[in-house]
Design a protein around this ligand. Structure first.
Ligand code: N01
Length: 656
């Protein structure tokens, strides 16, 4: 049995020696070799002498997984020989690998990892196909019962929630305030918006795209992917667009939720459901800073996530406030157009060298990815695996390390490598260099991908990097603490998001009318990022403390959280119960553990500004542990963590 088709495209490629040689020459061997072993059954392709070390240097991922030149040469020869033998044998794929063989292929990439990594790896490889599917339906576990769930948001997390719930036969309605799916990828249409994590791994395990046009794809491609997911899995039918949820209230008597959504130009819509899933995201409420005079600015002004295409920047004097990830992409994209550009930097970010950041996937690679079965799957797996730990070890605090900036010897090595990189980039401009070297530990806030376009933009004659504090905005521009007015016709806020305002501005009332935002008091917490005590059957995806900032894939985290939620619903169905609610002691213990974990990471001990922490200084957005920890802790719910209650028995009205 094999799950692959060898199409005419592969036959044509196999018959074209020159194209094949070019494709193999440019291929990612750590992915190509297991893919070919998978296809042909030839395990000499994953022999020990070819195994990529996949070491992480402090400042970058090594090309070809760090394979030596000799190993690369041998790998290419074996790959070409295997392809020729495959062609000459009639291009018949080997049977699907058995479990042992699949493990061997995965360990070629991952090394001798503990066995309990294997289900996670299999999930990410997507083999067996759709390994993350629920594997049960409502009808199977509770015949005759129905479950209705309202999902808030049709971004990345909402889409996977809707898909998995529907696979299990749950009745789903998604309420989405925008006119289309995609969430932040719909909203962030600013010039230059693109991924800053490797692209293949930024896709769902159950819908892997073979031919991403870039390693770090542009916004339209990423948004297009999520729109395609909605179409491919027929999800649009259960989404009500233009419905902004304003209130969700739990009814103690019926143990059901009532959800109210506002529509432009129509009456509110009110839905009832057994459960509510919040898939409202983290980085989507624009932060417009409280700078005096903001409303007095005479020209057009907007936030990057509300980009105005109707304003032509050509020949204008533009001010950009902020130097985070959004500014990093906007500034180089508009610099050629504008007459003058003032960039206001409060805290310089660290820059990680990424020479291929804007590079397209070469044509011969695209052809190989499209035609050679399994190659894209293994490429995604390699990217995923490289990111599982990612740079995390460089951000771990060594309590014995004493240094005014860095938090451990590894962090110091990274800091020095990144300082050296900045010195190379800005060595010809000491005035700029003095402004761009951060004075905090790498990893304390988000690091940027650098392929040279940001430094090049800052060095342009008509660009001014302003580091004096902003004191006010006037009708004519931005005034700084030195008294200088930086005149501008257009003002762009690249000032980020109110990441800690989970579920805002929705009114959420749980048991006994408790108000979620009052309960949180600006310091959102949830058990596993999913459950809040006192709010039965309210589940969060991408909730508090589940943000990944240095390693892993947020899509995987959402898939895991959704699997957990489905597990909770199954618990209800199997026990004939109505609600699941986390125990307060379990919730509190988890949060203590998370806080202790964050205190051992660079961002937990840093005092620098970042969206990782809330106004109370707690890192309420960030997951401090490994990806495997999340998989182990979250994927399967532990019944003992919850109060599971039956629906109240209807009482005869006259009963005394
Ligand atoms: O926002 P940010 P962002 N006066 O919060 C400054 C994701 N993302 O939109 O550093 C002056 O990082 C603020 O200064 P400081 C990604 O996870 C991904 O850029 O706080 N300045 C900072 O420079 C990212 O991390 C992509 O001192 C003020 C900037 O504004 C997250 O979204 C692309 C200020 C805000 O930076 C947020 O990124 C874009 C004030 N009053 C975003 N207030 C991808 O590539 C704020 N600032 C996928």
């Amino acid at each position: 049995m094999t799950t692959v088709d060898v199409g005419t495209g592969l036959s044509a490629l196999l018959d074209d020696d020159a194209a094949l040689a070019a494709a193999v020459a440019g291929a990612e061997l750590p992915a190509l070799l297991p893919a070919l072993a998978h296809l042909t059954g030839d395990l000499t392709l994953v022999a020990d002498e070819l195994r990529p070390p996949l070491r992480l240097r402090p400042d970058m991922v090594e090309p070809q997984g760090g394979m030596s030149e000799a190993a690369q040469e041998l790998g290419r020869r074996r790959a070409l020989a295997a392809l020729a033998a495959f062609r000459d044998g009639g291009a018949v794929p080997a049977p699907e690998p058995d479990d042992d063989t699949l493990r061997r292929l995965m360990r070629f990439v991952a090394g001798d990892v503990a066995d309990d990594y294997l289900p996670l790896m299999s999930h990410e490889l997507g083999l067996p196909l759709d390994a993350g599917a629920p594997g049960w339906t409502v009808e199977q576990v509770a015949p005759g019962r129905t479950v209705e769930v309202v999902v808030i948001g049709a971004g990345m997390s909402g889409l996977v929630t809707a898909h998995r719930l529907r696979q299990a036969g749950v009745e789903v309605t998604v309420l989405e305030r925008n006119a289309d799916v995609g969430g932040v990828w719909l909203e962030n249409g600013y010039p230059g918006a693109r991924l800053d994590t490797p692209n293949f791994a930024y896709s769902f395990s159950f819908d892997q795209r073979p031919d991403w046009p870039h390693q770090f794809s542009a916004r339209d491609d990423v948004w297009g992917y999520f729109r395609d997911v909605a179409d491919r899995f027929d999800l649009r039918g259960c989404v009500r667009f233009g419905h902004e949820v304003v209130e969700a209230v739990f009814d103690d008597a019926t143990r059901r939720w009532t959800v109210r959504a506002r529509r432009a130009g129509g009456p509110d819509v009110v839905l009832e459901a057994d459960a509510v899933v919040s898939a409202t995201g983290q980085l989507n409420k624009p932060n417009l800073p409280d700078i005096p005079g903001r409303e007095r600015f005479a020209g057009p002004s907007w936030h990057t996530a509300r980009w105005r295409d109707d304003v032509d920047l050509t020949g204008r004097r533009v001010a950009v406030i902020g130097t985070g990830a959004s500014a990093y992409q906007v500034v180089p994209s508009i610099v050629d157009r504008v007459d003058a550009l003032s960039v206001f930097q409060r805290t310089p970010p660290w820059m990680v060298p990424t020479p291929t950041y804007h590079d397209p996937t070469p044509d011969e690679q695209l052809r190989l990815l499209r035609e050679l079965p399994y190659y894209h799957r293994w490429l995604r797996f390699v990217q995923f695996w490289t990111s599982v730990e990612g740079r995390r070890p460089f951000m771990e605090v060594d309590p014995g390390w004493e240094h005014p900036i860095s938090v451990s010897p590894a962090n110091e090595a990274l800091r020095q490598a990144l300082v050296a990189h900045l010195e190379r980039r800005f060595g010809d401009r000491p005035d700029l260099l003095a402004k761009v070297v951060p004075g905090y530990a790498p990893g304390s806030k988000r690091m940027m991908r650098d392929n040279g376009v940001w430094p090049a933009a800052l060095k342009r004659e008509h660009v001014d990097l302003v580091t004096d504090a902003i004191t006010e905005i006037t009708p004519d521009g931005v005034r700084t603490a030195d008294g200088v007015l930086h005149e501008a016709d257009v003002l762009i806020y690249a000032t980020g998001f109110r990441a800690s305002d989970f579920l805002a501005p929705i009114t959420v009332r749980g048991r006994d009318g408790a108000d979620l935002h009052e309960r949180w008091d600006g310091d959102a917490r949830a058990h596993l990022g999913v459950h809040v005590p006192g709010f039965p059957n309210l589940f969060c995806v991408f909730g508090p403390n589940t943000g990944l900032v240095i390693n892993g894939s947020i899509l995987l985290f959402s898939e895991i959280a959704v699997h957990h939620i489905l597990g909770c619903l199954r618990l209800l169905l199997e026990s004939g119960a109505a609600t699941v609610e986390v125990r307060r002691d379990v919730h509190d213990a988890f949060n203590e553990r998370v806080d202790a974990g964050n205190a051992l990471m660079a961002w937990g001990v840093a005092t620098v500004n970042s969206w990782y922490r809330n106004a109370k200084g707690r890192a309420s957005q960030v997951w401090p542990f490994t990806v495997l920890d999340y998989w182990r802790m979250v994927r399967e719910p532990r019944p003992s963590d919850f109060h599971i209650e039956r629906a109240p028995t209807p009482q005869p009205e006259e009963r005394q």
